[in-house]
Ligand binder design. Structure first.
Ligand code: GCU
Length: 520
């Protein structure tokens, strides 16, 4: 589990403790396997290779390597999943599935071990039918649910995508529940992805069955396909929540069939819709632009927000669409998305998002990183097929780290671009090294802007007026010192003057700290 995931679930626990909020939404019961409290992040080969020969052991190992070396693991990507065509067309004499020795000479168990050795998780595919979808006729799991689930568990599988081909007309709920029960009996926690293409409205019945369910047919690497999936999926917000997500299919970012603006729209909308972020391009050949999209930690934070709310549509007029997503710290994410073929101005307001009540708001553009304040109007000129994505904070007051007190040995620096204001605090690399702000309450959340270009989290204790209110709060790696992200914690700060001090608990000292935002 990556540090990002750890920190988001820790944040979820704090939100519950602080506010008594009940997380999750309408479906009364969700699958009780404790998995995917935030949407899955990872990789699946299908969108780049389908069943071609380049889908093999070397590719999957290469992807796992890149997850670590290029900072994707640090950004939260965890699952390395394989799709159809990994098996031979016939079961063995014991009735077990057999990995194709040409594609996977070391077998699947060794591949899963390799992926686990990188601190990642491994996923596999089969169909809730007699055969999978490929014409070669690879065996499906219908009628073999327990045997196949047990085999997957014995290999160390962490995630199953369960397709819908060759289902023999057997009732979908019956087929998908049979595998749910088989996975539960396998003895291994296995995230369960229902791939029934939305045919039987799984959002109405699958929350207690799977961790996510496809809402649409397969995506392809074209604007019309991608935006069509978004249009279907965005009406289903009420059905999504922690552990049970709508799935508009895997990402096409980087496969070459869309423009950079269209891919940013794709990634923005998937994050807004709390959709799985499963990279579908061959990262061994991906451009810097693709990595920049996939590693936008501000956008990922929307997808992985611990409250687990899918964005709703505030307005959709002639292809100009406004989405809003409620976030755990009370912020809203707002997407202004232009589906038309011409540049257009798209507008909404802070009060339309339900945040309301403040005289001024902070608006951060999550692609350009520009931060500005507004008294309520949210409006932008949006090019054709582009999406402007904002994080809106109510009445947040920003306290820059360059005006904070830094303990001995720390400095105020400006040598890593992308910070707000005129610099950031670079605390000394020592236990006890601290940064302290003088702030004015009230506040319901503290949000720290920071960067951590190392590969280890930099935990701090947070103290308000000299009392520690949170211990060992991790500031996970951001991938680079120039990549800035946020850590937010709910707090109950009364009106008036306060001090907020963060103190490093390890010899690495604190992360580079950019600012402290107080949300009302
Ligand atoms: C590097 C980096 C600093 C950072 C430091 C650290 O020197 O340039 O900005 O503070 O590492 O590890 O804390």
């Amino acid at each position: 589990m990556s540090s990002l995931r750890r920190s988001t679930s820790a944040a979820a626990a704090l939100v519950i403790a602080a506010s008594g909020l009940v997380l999750g939404s309408s479906p009364a019961s969700a699958l009780e396997n404790g998995l995917l409290r935030t949407p899955p992040m990872g990789f699946n080969n299908w969108n780049s290779t389908q069943c071609r020969a380049e889908f093999n052991e070397a590719m999957i190992k290469g992807i796992a390597d890149i997850f670590v070396s290029k900072g994707l693991k640090a950004a939260g990507y965890t699952y390395v999943n394989i799709d159809d065509c990994w098996a031979l067309p016939a079961r063995n004499s014991a009735g077990d599935l057999v990995p194709d020795p040409a594609r996977f000479p070391g077998g699947i168990k060794a591949l899963a071990d390799y992926v686990h050795g990188k601190g990642l998780k491994f996923g596999i595919y089969t169909s809730a039918g007699t055969k999978t979808c490929n014409t070669a006729g690879f065996p499906g799991a219908l009628g073999h649910e327990q045997q196949d689930a047990n085999l997957f568990a014995s290999w160390g599988v962490d995630y199953l995508k369960y397709d819908n081909c060759n289902n023999q007309g057997v009732d979908a709920q019956q087929r998908y529940k049979a595998m749910r029960d088989a996975l539960a009996k396998s003895g291994r926690p296995i995230a369960y992805s229902i791939c029934e293409w939305g045919q039987n409205k799984p959002w109405t019945w699958a929350a207690p069955v799977g961790n996510l369910w496809r809402t649409t047919g397969d995506i392809s690497d074209k604007w019309s396909s991608m935006i069509g999936k978004a249009q279907t999926n965005r009406g289903l917000a009420q059905y999504a929540g922690p552990g049970h997500w709508n799935d508009p299919d895997m990402l096409e970012v980087g496969n070459g069939g869309m423009t950079a603006a269209e891919y940013r729209t794709h990634f923005s909308l998937w994050a807004m819709m709390a959709a799985p972020l499963l990279i579908g391009s061959d990262l061994r050949k991906a451009s810097d632009d693709s990595f920049a999209i996939l590693k936008n930690t501000d956008v990922i934070a929307l997808d992985q927000d611990p409250l687990g709310k899918q964005a709703t549509v505030l307005s959709a007029n002639g292809g100009l669409v406004v989405y809003s997503k409620v976030l755990a710290n009370g912020d809203r994410a707002v997407a202004l998305s232009n589906e038309t073929s011409a540049t257009a101005t798209i507008s909404t307001s802070a009060s339309a998002t339900g945040i309301g009540g403040a005289s001024s708001y902070t608006l951060k553009d999550l692609w350009s990183k520009a931060v500005r304040s507004t008294t309520g109007t949210i409006s932008a000129s949006v090019p054709s097929h582009a999406t402007v994505l904002y994080r809106l904070s109510s009445g947040a007051a920003r306290y820059e780290a360059e005006s904070a007190t830094v303990s001995a040995g720390g400095t105020i620096d400006a040598n890593h671009a992308g910070f707000s204001g005129t610099g950031f605090a670079n605390g000394a690399n020592a236990v006890g090294s601290y940064v302290e702000w003088q702030v004015t309450g009230p506040a319901s959340a503290l949000t720290f802007g920071y960067a951590n270009g190392t590969t280890a989290a930099r935990p701090v204790d947070i103290a308000v007026d000299g009392t520690v209110v949170a211990t060992g709060v991790p500031f996970p790696p951001t991938g680079a010192w120039t990549t800035w992200s946020t850590v937010a914690r709910p707090v109950s700060l009364a009106a008036g003057a306060h001090t907020v001090r963060v103190t490093a608990t390890t010899a690495d000292g604190p992360a580079n700290l950019d600012y402290l935002d107080l949300s009302r």
